[in-house]
Design a protein around this ligand. Structure first.
Ligand code: HEM
Length: 144
């Protein structure tokens, strides 16, 4: 919504904004949605063989990490595209909190991959998933 000359308008985004946000959101669907899908497939994968969940997780990692990298690149693009002179204190604060959740999401998923015990693996997976969901919700708040 734009507020030009005091008139509220509902208008389309520009082609560049569509490209920027579509890439960011597409990467988020792979990174966040993929975690839900893989978690949901684990019982079936386990029934197919003890080493199957690990193989599925490794295959997902080949998609998830490039998606995470795309989120960071397009995230900086988003940040550069925002009108910072008119950003409110709460926008800046939420952006800072979002950066912490992005860091926690990446760390959680990375430590999940390297964990030695099932308990640690589960705990790190939960950190990765919840931090990713938080980053997504805070991103929606930033886009307004
Ligand atoms: C786990 C990683 C991330 C996820 C899941 C995520 C998700 C999202 C989502 C869903 C939106 C809302 C898009 C919309 O409603 O149109 C968004 C917006 C935004 N994101 Fe991210 N994001 C991530 C990482 C990043 C990073 C690393 C940065 C900055 C370096 C960033 C900066 C932004 C900004 C500035 C916006 C607002 C864009 C605008 O108003 O045009 N994001 N994000």
């Amino acid at each position: 919504m734009s507020h030009l000359l005091g008139v509220n308008q509902t208008s389309l985004a520009s082609a560049m904004t569509i490209l920027r946000l579509t890439l960011h959101v597409l990467a988020a669907t792979v990174w966040v949605g993929g975690q839900f899908v893989v978690a949901g497939l684990v019982p079936t994968a386990r029934a197919l063989g003890a080493d199957v969940p690990r193989k599925v997780a490794t295959a997902f990692a080949r998609l998830a990490w490039p998606a995470f990298a795309l989120l960071i690149v397009t995230g900086f693009w988003n940040y550069a595209a925002v009108d910072h002179a008119n950003a409110t204190n709460s926008w800046n604060a939420v952006f800072g909190i979002k950066m912490i959740t992005v860091l926690a999401a990446g760390l959680g998923v990375a430590l999940h991959t390297r964990a030695k015990t099932a308990k640690a693996r589960g705990a790190y997976a939960a950190v990765g998933l919840f931090a990713s969901i938080a980053a997504l919700a805070l991103g929606v708040a930033l886009a307004g």
